[in-house]
Ligand binder design. Structure first.
Ligand SMILES: [Zn+2]
Ligand SMILES: [Zn+2]
Length: 248
């Protein structure tokens, strides 16, 4: 097993019993800096404990954008890491406006942290060589990023866009938001979001092997959509919190 995805949080801003706000851990066993967290919504430390993952193991956190459901877990996670006795440096990457928000959150909580947190601004598109993470700006209501690590692409919140198609090209897995239900594409795109049909289109556009749909409105039955949809490229699924999948 080379790459493992832990779906720590798979929902949008309003939690359900099986899905709370977005947070995905990807681990690549062949790399030294190998545990990357994409977004930090909800009770992230609980997810780590549930899946028996050490709070020491995260090397870096990449935040897609500054909406609350993608950053609300940061103070709790840092505090849990501190109490756990972590002394390993933690690196957080995002857009300038998000980094400034995170900096204010850390300041407002005014807590002891037993390790160093390095906040790093990124913009446009590029690659963070230290962590082998690619990023690109995508099309949301506020500046937002999509990421790729270890052949896995994470869309963040976005309408379908060519930058997402580029970064996601031939992914082993695309983890894609679908905030609005099928047939509400024009409204979704106006709001900088996608539907499950958009997620399917992106998987086809990028010729990716597997598709995980997350960040859905709980009023829409995404499990039913997945059950009744054919995805001929590979597997289509709507993960619940704490689900794990292995590749390679
Ligand atoms: Zn969101
Ligand atoms: Zn958002």
């Amino acid at each position: 097993m080379k790459t493992q995805v832990n779906f720590i949080g798979t929902g949008w801003a309003i939690p359900t019993p099986s899905r709370s706000a977005t947070s995905i851990l990807i681990s690549d066993k062949e790399l030294i800096k190998n545990n990357i967290l994409f977004d930090c919504g909800g009770d992230v430390a609980k997810g780590f404990t549930h899946n028996d993952i050490s709070l020491d193991s995260i090397d870096s956190v990449f935040i897609s954008h500054g909406h609350t459901d993608h950053i609300s877990g940061i103070p709790g996670l840092l505090h849990s890491m501190h109490l756990y006795g972590r002394d390993k440096d933690l690196y957080i990457y995002s857009l300038e406006s998000v980094i400034s928000k995170i900096s204010s959150i850390i300041e407002a909580f005014d807590f002891d942290i037993s390790f160093d947190v390095f906040l790093n601004e990124i913009e446009g598109s590029g690659n963070i060589d230290t962590f082998n993470v690619e990023y690109t700006e995508v099309d949301h209501q506020t500046p937002a990023l999509a990421f790729r690590f270890s052949e896995i692409t994470f869309s963040g919140d976005t309408a379908p866009c060519s930058d997402l198609y580029d970064i996601g090209f031939k992914s082993e897995l695309i983890i894609h938001e679908a905030t609005l239900p099928p047939n509400e594409e024009s409204k979704a795109h106006r709001l900088g979001h996608s539907t499950p049909l958009d997620a399917l289109d992106t998987a086809h556009e990028t010729n990716s092997r597997n598709l995980a749909i997350i960040h859905t409105n709980p009023e829409y039955d995404i499990d039913r959509f997945v059950k009744h949809t054919t995805f001929e490229l590979g597997s289509l699924f709507a993960p619940k919190d704490y689900d794990t999948i292995n590749f390679g």
